[in-house]
Design a protein around this ligand. Sequence first.
Ligand SMILES: [Zn+2]
Length: 53
Amino acid sequence: MRKHIDPVCGKRINRNKAHIVVTYGRQEYYLCCPVCQREFEKDPRKYVKNVKR
Ligand SMILES: [Zn+2]
């Protein structure tokens, strides 16, 4: 099973445990909490780059 990583805090998240799933640039990003969600929405590109290594 694929694990998802919260791009803001770097935590691994199970699909059913995510606070929210946001779609950005055709990709889904799993965020663990409202704080990470807000950070992500403030500047999504910053975090998207972190994920694609
Ligand atoms: Zn997080």
